[in-house]
Every structure is written in structure tokens, then in C-alpha cells.
Design a protein around this ligand. Structure first.
Ligand code: RFL
Ligand code: PHB
Length: 389
């Protein structure tokens, strides 16, 4: 088998890249380890930057998002009972879209199916060969049979635990990492959202986030130690903890109900440089992880795809390789700024076990400053709605 681009991973990065390349007449094969049902069962990100919204429309996968997504012009940051609203539209001229990653992925699968794109699910033993030569190829097994695809380039869109990054020899890459000593316990429930806008809550009892998917589906998170297990968090315990972190006026009217999904995600900052080894390119979570506090994970994957799809189209269609030579540096410049923002949001809002009394005062002062300074709110808004690409 032969194609222009082999894309490893059928998550949002791989599907969007495939969709944009196919629309430009570049042939792709997407290799996904899991079943489609499994990919669509993962509850992850919920906030799309304006640039992500634009890219999904450009890919021909934005119709349902435009009908069902909820535009948000601002959000709330709280410190115990102090509530600070940051008005994104007023401060930057644009807002964000609340629309779940699960829906984005479903829309991209539908768009790819409509184009007759090749997506192979439940493939195993994916291995990248000769990426540092002019004749790379990928091998894998499907239904127990060995297969091989020759290609011009390989896009590693296979997430943090994929094979792509690990294929780059250790002496050809550098990794930067910060592991935080807590995770987010998330709960999805068929209840009306606590508030019309998202609330990022700092409190004496730790961090909580009140988010949503639609008017009858809410998504909440509370900060938990890494040692916690989901089984130890019956719904009642979760709701009690959430209420203890939210401002009293919000907790008082919170509607609770049975959970539909509950999971714990550890928080981590991670970057692998460079994003290219020969004819292999890293995209999205395969190259970098951010703590979810800034809502940047999915959006960064989309800006990587933006840079790479342009570069690959120029290389395949016109033999112009300037874009692929520049991809790593271009994408990393934006990635590091999102890393900084996600890290600073994490520090502003979470309680660290064993911290000194000074740390809590720094968080309080940061939120008080945010409430009193339009300059501080504008800086936060500019980063939250997404830096340009
Ligand atoms: P994904 O979504 O991880 O997709 C990678 C795909 O590659 C497949 N794969 C392989 N396929 C073939 N061969 C292999 N060897 C393979 N190894 C892996 C996987 O099955 C998968 O389908 O990466 P992608 O496309 O780069 O997209 C990135 C986003 O998914 C990610 O940034 C965000 O979801 C991060 N994230 C969150 N971001 C937010 O902004 N807000 C959140 O609330 C939020 N919650 C989360 C998250 C990430 C999580 N992970 C990865 C642990 C919650 C979790 C649990
Ligand atoms: C979510 O709705 O899942 C969500 C929203 C904002 C974040 C993280 C997660 O920063």
C-alpha cells in the first residue's frame, strides 16, 4: 500500500489533519489503535478558541458546532466568595465556544466518512521505519495480518503514550516536564449548569471548575491528590467537595444528580523538542501536554495541525519544503506561550499539599488584582481566547 501521508492516531489532531489534507487533494491513511466507539467515549476538553472554531469550519466540519455549540463571551474566576468576571469580548473583541471534544471528534469522523477517507481502526504494533531517509514506511498488524504502507511523510498524532515520539532517537530530542502533585476528578451529569458561564474557583478547600456541555449537561472538576481512586468518590462525596470550593451563592443553587461519567486526570506540563525527525512530524499531545486549567490542550493540537497542513500541502503539491523546515520552530513558539499560560493558571488556582502560608496569600492577591485591574483581565483574556496563528 502507498499514500502521501500516514497519520498515526485518529484523535482530534489526526482526523483534522487528514480532513484538511484530503480537501487539498493530498492522500492520507489514518491508523488508529482503538475502536471508533472507544475514541468517542472519552470525555475530555470542552472549550474551543476562536481559531479552533475557524479551522473546524474551514475543514467542513463546523455545521453542528455552529448549531449546538454555546458561544461564551466571558468566564468567572473566584476566590472563596469573591467572583471576578473576565469579559473576553469586551477586552479582546472575541469569545470562545463551549463544544465538547467528543462532539468535535464525531463531526470529524462524519466529515471524513463523507469524503471516503481511509481510517483503519483497531490496528496493532504500529512501527515507523526509515523516517530519517527519503523512503519512510509504517508497518502494523490488522486482523492479525502484517501490513506495510510506504509514504512521503508521517504525522505522529498518537497522543502522549503513542509510538511516534519514542521513535525519535533519545539523543535527537529534548524533553521538558513539570508534574503537579494533584489531579482533576471530573464528573459529567445530566443537570443544568451551575452558572451561565464557566467558574474557575480557587478556595481554602482547593480548586474546582464548573463547566458544561449543553443546557442539560454539566461538567465539573475538583482537585484531588494523585493517590485518590475514582471508586473512593461516590457522587455524594463529589458534590459535597464541589460545593465546598464554589462561591456560597453558586453552591446554594447547584443542582446535583447522578453521574454519567467520572474519571481522574493527572496534571502535567510536557514539551518534546524538536517536533520533527527527518520525515516524521509530531502533532498535539504526542509532542506536548498542558494541565487543563487553561483549556489549551485541544486548541494547541489544532494550531499544530494548522501549521503542518499548510507545510505538507506545499511539500506534496509543489515540492516546496520551506514550510516543513519551519514547522517545528513555528509551532513551538506558540506552544511555549500556551505552556506558560497553563502553568500560571494552575499556580493561580490550586492548593499544593504542604505549601507554606505565603502561597495561599499569593493566590488571593493575584485574584484580588485581577478583580481590580483591567490590564490584568485583558492579559488573561488575550491568552484564554487563544493567541493568534
Ligand atoms: P489524543 O486525543 O490523545 O489522540 C491520540 C490518538 O492516538 C491513538 N493512538 C494510537 N494509534 C495507533 N497506534 C498507536 N501506537 C497509538 N497510540 C495512541 C489513541 O487511541 C488516540 O485516539 O491526542 P490529540 O489528537 O493530539 O488531541 C489532543 C487532545 O485530546 C488533548 O490535548 C486534550 O483532550 C487534553 N485534555 C484536556 N484538554 C482540555 O483542554 N480540557 C480538558 O478538560 C482535558 N481533559 C485531556 C483531558 C486529556 C486527557 N488525557 C490524554 C489523558 C482529560 C484526559 C484524560
Ligand atoms: C471542560 O469543560 O471539560 C473544561 C473546560 C475548561 C477547562 C478544562 C476543561 O479549562
Amino acid at each position: 500500500m502507498k499514500t502521501d501521508i500516514v497519520i498515526i492516531g485518529g484523535g482530534p489532531s489526526g482526523l483534522l489533519l487528514s480532513q484538511l489534507l484530503n480537501r487539498a487533494g493530498v492522500a492520507t491513511v489514518v491508523l488508529e489503535r482503538a475502536s471508533r466507539a472507544h475514541v468517542l467515549s472519552r470525555i475530555r476538553a470542552g472549550v474551543l478558541e476562536a481559531g479552533t472554531v475557524r479551522m473546524l469550519r474551514e475543514a467542513g466540519a463546523g455545521d453542528r458546532m455552529d448549531r449546538e455549540g454555546i458561544p461564551h463571551d466571558g468566564c468567572i474566576f473566584s476566590d472563596d466568595d469573591l467572583m471576578v468576571r473576565v469579559d473576553f469580548r469586551d477586552l479582546t473583541g472575541t469569545g470562545v465556544m463551549v463544544y465538547g471534544q467528543t462532539e468535535v471528534t464525531a463531526d470529524l469522523y462524519a466529515a471524513q466518512d463523507a469524503m471516503g477517507a481511509t481510517i483503519l481502526h483497531e490496528v496493532a504494533d504500529v512501527a515507523i521505519h526509515d523516517a530519517d531517509t527519503d523512503a519512510p514506511y509504517v508497518t502494523f498488524t490488522q486482523d492479525g495480518a502484517p501490513r506495510r504502507i510506504d509514504c512521503a511523510y508521517i504525522a505522529g498524532c498518537d497522543g502522549f503514550h503513542g509510538v511516534s515520539r519514542k521513535t525519535i532517537p533519545a539523543d535527537k530530542r529534548q524533553e521538558f516536564e513539570r508534574v503537579y502533585p494533584f489531579g482533576w476528578l471530573g464528573l459529567l451529569s445530566r443537570t443544568p449548569p451551575a452558572h451561565a458561564e464557566l467558574i474557575y474557583a480557587n478556595s481554602r478547600n482547593g480548586f474546582a471548575l464548573a463547566s458544561m456541555r449543553n443546557p442539560m449537561l454539566s461538567r465539573y472538576y475538583v482537585q484531588v491528590p494523585l493517590t485518590e481512586r475514582v471508586e473512593d468518590w461516590p457522587d455524594d462525596r463529589f458534590w459535597d467537595k464541589l460545593k465546598s470550593c464554589l462561591p456560597a451563592e453558586v453552591a446554594a443553587t447547584l443542582v446535583t444528580g447522578p453521574s454519567v461519567e467520572k474519571s481522574i486526570a493527572p496534571l502535567r506540563s510536557f514539551v518534546c523538542e524538536p517536533l520533527r525527525w527527518g520525515r516524521l512530524f509530531l502533532v498535539g499531545d504526542a509532542a506536548h501536554i498542558v494541565p487543563p486549567t487553561g483549556a489549551k490542550g485541544l486548541n494547541l493540537a489544532v494550531s499544530d495541525v494548522y501549521y503542518l497542513h499548510e507545510a505538507l500541502i506545499a511539500a506534496i503539491r509543489r515540492g516546496d519544503t520551506a514550510g516543513i523546515d519551519a514547522y517545528s520552530a513555528r509551532a513551538l513558539a506558540r506552544i511555549w506561550k500556551a505552556m506558560r499560560f497553563s502553568w500560571s493558571m494552575t499556580m493561580m488556582l490550586h492548593r499544593f499539599d504542604g505549601e507554606d502560608s505565603f502561597a495561599a496569600q499569593m493566590r488571593k492577591a493575584t485574584l484580588l488584582h485581577l478583580s481590580q485591574s483591567e490590564t490584568a483581565r485583558r492579559d488573561l483574556a488575550e491568552n484564554y481566547i487563544g493567541l493568534p496563528f
